[in-house]
Design a protein around this ligand. Structure first.
Ligand code: SF4
Length: 218
């Protein structure tokens, strides 16, 4: 079974996966090549694996170039993201777009943006561990499909989830980590930067470091 198949099987979330694994259907292993963006984009909006499905307006899947070299991972949708269905809209999204533009990137070209959670926690509270555990397989499949050259984890939840650590952002910044063999750099979440303006210079340093790291990979 491929890594993507293992992830999907472990999720037990995809209706398509269940249909294809049902008695009388072809063996699940034979279906793995068909598990791609289309199936994932059907599975996420249908997901009711954690209680966040009860309060969401809609799921927020992710946006950008599905063949991107850059993958940016945030925490969870906020109110505007929940309303519009896109990640990183509103003030934090504008800041992110400006930061990307400063290093010559755009969210629609060679960049993909996704969150750890696909549904908004009520009142923008922090994600609960069980919600992260239930939702992370979707992100793992997205990473598997995109195959980015570099991942930028924005904020504590993205960094701790992808690196399987409880270390602080401050201790994780400034180094190249790895997620499943993909280089990963940690920086602050744009929403945090809006509340902590002095740390913007640190985030800029992180992006410069990420740009240099990407250049070294090419
Ligand atoms: Fe499913 Fe993730 Fe939404 Fe929970 S947050 S219901 S696991 S899509």
């Amino acid at each position: 079974m491929s890594r993507r198949s293992e992830i999907l099987a472990e999720m037990g979330l995809s209706p398509i996966w269940r249909v294809r694994s049902s008695p009388g259907s072809a063996p699940a292993e034979k279906m793995e090549s068909a598990v791609g963006w289309t199936e994932l984009k059907q599975a996420v909006p249908a997901c009711k694996a954690c209680s966040l499905h009860q309060s969401r307006t809609q799921t927020v899947f992710g946006v950008g170039d599905e063949n991107a070299d850059w993958l940016l991972v945030g925490e969870a949708p906020g109110a505007e993201e929940d309303r519009l269905g896109d990640p990183f809209v509103g003030q934090a999204g504008k800041l992110l777009d400006n930061m990307l533009a400063a290093i010559g990137l755009s969210r629609r070209e060679n960049v993909y943006i996704a969150n750890v959670l696909k549904c908004r926690p009520p009142g923008n509270r922090n994600p609960e561990p069980d919600e992260v555990a239930k939702c992370t397989p979707f992100l793992r499949v997205q990473i598997d499909l995109i195959r980015p050259k570099l991942i930028v984890a924005m904020g504590r939840f993205a960094a701790q989830t992808l690196l399987n650590t409880d270390a602080t952002i401050a201790s994780l910044r400034g180094r190249v980590h790895a997620y499943a063999g993909v280089p990963l750099i940690v920086t602050y979440h744009p929403a945090y930067l809006l509340r902590n303006l002095p740390d913007k210079s640190k985030a800029w340093a992180d992006l410069v470091f990420a740009t240099k790291t990407m250049a070294s990979l090419s």
